[in-house]
Design a protein around this ligand. Structure first.
Ligand code: F0G
Length: 351
């Protein structure tokens, strides 16, 4: 009876649902806000991590998907479709199971992490690997949903944004006010749009006294919002944010400008450094794309853009188990020992 009920029940009065909306939920949201000791020391600030990998399918997408699938069911849809770099498809596949719907997913061939592919497969989604990038997949998904009886559950569907804004509510509910700065990785730009909407709504209703500055970070090889133009052939090891033409482009720019924030880029090397720091020094295992927020904060701090004493929240968007290749790559090989205490103690440096 004390279990978190999922974002629709917890924030029902702030979401476009009614008594007749069938709530399709895996009890998403209610994720940990974890104080980050090492990041706080490095920046002289009070840094928290919003650990979205703790959601049911391992990413923040579940907040939007409980809304998208519930509304699709309310409208009588029998099938849903999405384009995805992996997490949206994993989430859509799981929530479609709960709703008894067919789920079709379009993913860029060879550019999605194994864990995410495994999720879509095990949940029984119909997967098409497209010879193209995410942007091509989204174009295809939009066309299919326009012409066939299948509901689009990408973040161009506004109810996805409604669901995802609840992460900002949780942060304010926890901290008692909005932070000074909120830092996010940016790909298709739905999430930065959603957080900004959530913070603004709480401020408008006086639940928060202020709104944060929104800082977004893209991967250098996939940074259209930084370049100010579409990137035709986006590249980055952070496949989740390998996107050259973000659907929520204008909303992301509005979030940046209205909040007095900025959108910058981080290199793959900076992403991997932050990824390892989070795991090895904060105990938080995220997927590479998620580390872009923390990489960005560290970059900004090195550039002297972070005044000490501020309260900062970094969203880490997805679980490290999604893409374990990067954890294993470059790490020392485990040592093999016989079933022998002396040998084991020796190898562990205990003897
Ligand atoms: N982090 C992760 C782990 C993601 O999966 C995504 C987006 C983002 C950040 C960026 O969020 O698109 O709202 O700016 N993944 C989408 C997908 C594109 O298909 O799973 P955004």
């Amino acid at each position: 009876t004390h279990q978190w009920r999922g974002i629709i029940e917890e924030y029902r009065d702030r979401l476009p649902v009614s008594d007749s909306t069938p709530v399709v939920t895996l009890r998403e949201g209610g994720t940990p806000l974890v104080p980050a000791q090492v990041l706080s020391e490095r920046t002289g600030c009070e840094v928290h991590l919003k650990v979205e990998g703790a959601n049911p399918t391992g990413s923040f997408k579940d907040r939007g998907m409980t809304m998208a699938i519930s509304k699709a069911k309310e409208e009588g849809a029998q099938a849903v479709i999405c384009a995805s770099t992996g997490n949206t498809s994993a989430s859509a596949a799981a929530y479609a199971v709960r709703a008894g719907m067919v789920c079709a997913v379009l993913v860029p061939r060879g550019k999605i992490a194994l864990g995410k592919m495994g999720q879509a497969l095990v949940h029984g989604a119909k997967i098409l690997q497209v010879d193209g990038n995410f942007d091509d997949c989204l174009t295809l998904a939009r066309g299919l949903s326009d012409n066939y009886p299948v509901a689009l559950v990408n973040s161009v569907n506004p109810v996805r944004i409604e669901g995802q804004k609840t992460a900002a509510f949780e942060i304010v509910d926890m901290l008692g006010d909005a932070p000074d700065i909120h830092v996010l990785p940016v790909g298709n730009a739905g999430n930065i749009t959603a957080y900004w909407k959530g913070y603004q709504e709480y401020a408008a209703d006086g639940i928060a006294a202020r709104t944060p500055r929104m800082w977004g970070f893209q991967a250098s090889g996939s940074a259209p919002l930084v370049r100010g133009e579409v990137v035709k052939d986006p590249s980055t090891i952070a496949t989740a944010i390998r996107i050259g033409n973000p659907a929520s482009w204008d909303h992301a720019i509005a979030a940046r400008d209205e909040s007095g924030g900025f959108i910058d880029e981080v290199t793959d090397r900076e992403i991997l450094r932050a990824y390892r720091l989070l795991a090895a020094q904060e105990g938080v295992f995220v997927e590479p794309a998620s580390a872009a927020s923390v990489a960005g904060l560290l970059k900004a701090a090195e550039q002297g853009k972070v005044d000490p004493g501020q309260r900062i929240v970094c969203t880490v968007t997805g679980n490290g188990l999604k893409d374990p290749d990067w954890a294993v790559a470059g790490a020392p090989q485990p040592v093999t020992v016989p079933v022998d205490a002396v040998a084991a103690a020796e190898k562990l440096g205990l003897a």
